[in-house]
Design a protein around this ligand. Structure first.
Ligand code: SF4
Ligand code: SF4
Length: 449
């Protein structure tokens, strides 16, 4: 099997230290859009008292997830906040009282069959924590006979980030319990725990913790990037290729992030939903890199103040340097799917000088999906959406391998994002034209009989 990926520096500076709990911040700002799909809808109003674990926003549609408070305190306002995608989003701002009083209504859910299990996952507020925040319960709405393999994704391939590593080391039993629950309701042939081979302690911990789960095995994968990408990890553990336009379940595979699974298990044990995160704080501007436990909604500023700064941060990111997103302001909050806050000083933050493409082909050779990154760039700059469609820019997972290896320092992944937006716009216009033509034809038939 040909392995897909590149070698990047690991810089897992924080892997060996257990996470520390940060003091409760004075205020948290909880955005309503923390998942793919519809934003959640607030169920609290200004002045309401809230407690830890209390529901503060209900799911806003079938593809959505409820949100719970990670602090006790009082709702100060419902605000509009600038999110990292440049859009404004409603957020619930809570002034904390520092007492962390837990909501009395919390209780372990009644789970007796697949439907009640999926409902419990929905109620836990879980979203995919290793990626874009897809509501986990939607992923689990599949029939047991569709599931051949379950992959628990512990491949934490982005430089710096160690939050999943810490879950595997500190809470392997919860991951194993989650795996046992999945097996109880889906009875897959294999449950594959995917971990890179540069994490021998995690491999050992998970082998031990999962030994009684039927069909459980640990796959020690080469430590290449992007090993944790969904399609990449599926290919490297099962040899299966997810066809264009299809989902992993279409090839019989269910993939869940290891920390997501631990949170689900803990919710089923205790009734405490997803209200806090382990976040890796690192980067050249950070004085004391470490993993910290913070309530969802804690500002980047509070997180960085706690860890200390040794230089002016010029670039602060959600996530790792390969796929992470720069934040517009230090007021940006930790969200459900934030696994790292990285702050870089001037030298690392400066954009490299670009030079013309030398047609070396390294970008294409590095692409895990065997796409043509340089051709995307040419088509985008020539305003050719049809060419982008033919080149399948829609398949790009924005992993950044092509940008990383490019000797000319072309901003390829940024252009791919713009190219995808151009293609979406083009497809939307095509659909609108087709609808119009159909309506016109229908009108002619009606008038002319
Ligand atoms: S084209 Fe997309 S998927 Fe391929 S290496 Fe570049 S960013 Fe990754
Ligand atoms: S790696 Fe850079 S220089 Fe080489 S072909 Fe791709 S875009 Fe051009």
């Amino acid at each position: 099997m040909k392995l897909h990926g590149i070698h990047v520096p690991h810089r897992k500076n924080t892997a060996d230290a257990a996470p520390v709990r940060m003091p409760v911040p004075a205020v948290i700002t909880v955005p309503m859009s923390m998942n793919i799909g519809a934003p959640a809808q607030p169920v609290v109003k200004v002045g309401d008292e809230v407690k830890v674990g209390q529901l503060i926003a209900q799911a806003g549609g079938p593809v959505s997830a409820p949100i719970h408070s990670g602090v006790s305190g009082k709702v100060k306002k419902l605000d509009q906040v600038l999110s990292s995608n440049g859009r404004y989003d409603t957020a619930i701002v809570i002034e904390t009282d520092g007492e962390q009083r837990v909501c009395e209504d919390l209780a372990p859910p009644q789970v007796s069959d697949l439907d009640s299990f999926v409902e419990a996952v929905r109620a836990s507020g879980s979203v995919g924590l290793g990626g874009a925040g897809f509501p986990t319960s939607i992923k689990l709405k599949v029939k047991p006979e569709q599931v051949q393999e379950i992959i628990i994704n512990g491949a934490e391939c982005e430089p710096y980030i160690t939050s999943d590593t810490r879950t595997m080391l500190d809470d392997a039993e919860s991951i194993a319990q989650g795996a046992a629950l999945l097996q109880k309701y889906y009875a897959a042939q294999r449950v594959i725990m995917a971990i890179e081979d540069n994490k021998p302690q995690c491999i050992q911990r998970m082998r031990q913790a999962g030994k009684d789960v039927p069909g459980f095995e640990v796959a020690a994968l080469p430590a290449i990037y992007p090993q944790g990408g969904e399609k990449v990890v599926i290919f490297h553990t099962t040899g299966k290729v997810v066809p264009e336009g299809k989902l992993p379940i279409d090839v019989g595979v269910l993939v869940l992030n290891c920390t997501t699974l631990a949170i689900i298990a803990k919710y089923i044990n205790t009734g405490m939903p997803l209200v806090e995160k382990v976040v890796t704080v690192d980067g050249s501007a950070v004085e004391k890199p470490q993993n910290v436990i913070v309530p969802v909604g804690t500002s980047m500023k509070d997180v960085l103040d706690f860890c200390g700064l040794k230089a002016e941060p010029r670039k602060v990111m959600y996530g790792g340097p390969m796929m992470g997103i720069s934040v517009p302001s230090l007021d940006a909050p930790v969200m459900k799917n934030t696994n790292a806050v990285l702050a870089f000083a001037e030298r690392e933050a400066a954009a490299p000088a670009t030079t013309p493409c030398i047609r070396c082909g390294r970008c294409a050779a590095s692409c895990p999906l065997k796409l043509q990154p340089a051709s995307f760039e040419t088509a985008y700059r020539n305003n050719e959406p049809e060419t982008l469609k033919a080149l399948k820019v829609n398949l790009c997972m924005e992993c950044g391998c092509c940008s990383y290896v490019c000797p000319a320092k072309r901003p390829l992944v940024q252009v791919h994002k713009l190219s995808k937006a151009m293609l979406n716009q083009y497809n939307a216009e095509l659909r609108a034209q087709e609808e119009k033509a159909k309506a016109k034809k229908g009108e002619e038939v009606r008038v002319n009989g």
